[in-house]
Design a protein around this ligand. Structure first.
Ligand SMILES: Cc1cc2nc3c(=O)[nH]c(=O)nc-3n(C[C@H](O)[C@H](O)[C@H](O)COP(=O)(O)OP(=O)(O)OC[C@H]3O[C@@H](n4cnc5c(N)ncnc54)[C@H](O)[C@@H]3O)c2cc1C
Length: 391
């Protein structure tokens, strides 16, 4: 076997999570390789928005993890050499009605009590953010530390730096089978590889990699649509979501019309650096069917016009879909697998993989090196699902 086909650590999956792991493990001096079936960022990480947010996280551990990731991303903005459109502008959540306003006030209080920088906004504050907002929006809230990146560029930037630190990269290399004796043997479409440790960072495909070693991983694809707006007058300067987005994400009860409810639609608007905007999004459990459903797109456009009536006159360029890797308790799995020593999982980030990639990379680095982790990893353990019998 040629020397390039062996490493101490093999990372499977070149999405944002695998790229962040590759960066931190290579930087820590580990002998590592990344194996990706297509190109870097050819999965969900190029079919999403680029928000690094706390605004949509559950108060407590979820928010803490995101805050850590935000802090790490600030550091990366100095170490990475290729630009990735990092913009620290904060983000907004807007309310549809007075009931949501009451819930927003409560949300701000809880997050402020936890030490996070949230602020309640009234109608006038919202109008000051953009003249395009509807006249009857009661208000919303802002989170000061939230930021935006271009996830696609971020992946390439992480890999560029990881290669500088010694990463061996194998793209167009699909993992077909894995076996374990003393080392792992990884059979791929591009030859055989060996490694002492394997990290499964294959996003919604992580269950297939797990199956190769007899490990059942409870991750399910949750499809999302995005509409891309043409360059025109800047409709917003920073990311905005509606409060109902939280209700959809966490499967909580929400007041919405039947179609909005059915397709799991809630407004997310992300202005890109090139002055296009990404309009989302939907949440559906429809397996691995990636086709665009025009009824869902129409529902998203209607929802956007509720908050930005003038959107009616804006041009859209295209639509795409991606799969969020969903877990039942809305937290990712970042963990060693006890039954298979040397096998790790870093997947299941649902709609938070961009926000949580850096903290995930740092946690896996610590687990591989058996060092203390920067945040507790118990809530992210793989065996939490086995304990409650979720499969
Ligand atoms: C519409 C939408 C909007 C979103 N917006 C945001 C947002 O604003 N903020 C946020 O934080 N998150 C967002 N997300 C979620 C985020 O995109 C995902 O959580 C994240 O991209 C998952 O990254 P990943 O690296 O785990 O998976 P992926 O990017 O899917 O990477 C997995 C990789 O594994 C590879 N692979 C699979 N099988 C094999 C194999 N057998 N051999 C080799 N390689 C293999 C795939 O080709 C793929 O490249 C959004 C998601 C969607 C769908």
């Amino acid at each position: 076997m040629n020397k390039g086909n062996h490493a101490d650590v093999a990372i499977i999956g070149g999405g944002i999570v695998g790229c962040a792991i590759a960066y931190y493990t290579a930087k820590a001096g580990m002998d590592c390789m990344l194996i990706e079936k297509g190109d870097i960022a050819s999965g969900t990480s190029s079919r999403c928005d680029g928000n690094i947010t706390i605004v949509d996280k559950d108060p407590g551990f979820d928010s803490l993890m995101s805050l850590k990731s935000q802090e790490l991303t600030v550091d990366l903005a100095t170490d990475l050499q290729l630009p990735f459109e990092y913009r620290a502008l904060g983000s907004l959540l807007v309310c549809d009605n007075d009931t949501e306003m009451e819930a927003a006030a409560e949300w701000v209080k809880i997050q402020n009590d936890a030490g996070l920088k949230f602020k309640l906004l009234n109608h006038a504050d919202i109008k000051a953010e953009s003249p395009y907002f509807a006249d009857d929006i009661p208000g919303g809230l802002a989170c000061e530390t939230d930021s935006l990146i271009n996830p696609y560029l971020f992946c390439y930037s992480l890999i560029d730096r990881a290669k500088h630190y010694g990463l061996k990269l194998h793209t167009q290399t699909e993992v077909k089978a894995i076996s374990k004796r003393e080392d792992f043997t990884i059979e791929t479409s591009n030859g055989s590889f060996t490694a002492k440790k394997v990290v499964n960072a294959a996003g919604v495909w992580a269950p297939f990699i797990g199956n190769m070693l007899g490990v059942e991983i409870p991750i399910v694809p949750r499809k999302g649509h995005i509409l891309v707006g043409a360059r025109q007058k800047p409709i917003m300067m920073r990311n905005v979501m509606e409060f109902g987005y939280l209700m959809n994400k966490f499967e909580r009860e929400r007041i919405a019309d039947e179609r909005t409810e059915k397709h799991g639609v809630a407004l997310v608007l992300e202005p890109t650096e090139s002055q296009n905007f990404l309009l989302g999004s939907s949440r559906q459990f429809v397996g691995y069917d990636s086709s665009v459903d025009i009824r869902v797109v129409e529902t998203m456009a209607r929802r956007a016009m509720r908050f930005f009536p003038k959107m009616h006159d804006f041009n859209m360029i295209r639509t795409y879909t991606g799969f969020r890797p969903w877990t039942a308790d809305h937290l990712p799995i970042v963990s060693a697998v006890e039954e298979v020593p040397g096998f790790y999982i870093a997947a299941g980030h649902e709609g938070d993989g961009i926000s949580l990639a850096t903290v995930t990379g740092k946690l896996i680095e610590a687990l591989l090196l058996e060092k203390e982790t920067i945040i507790p990893v118990d809530p992210l353990s793989f065996d939490r699902f086995q304990k409650v019998g979720v499969s």
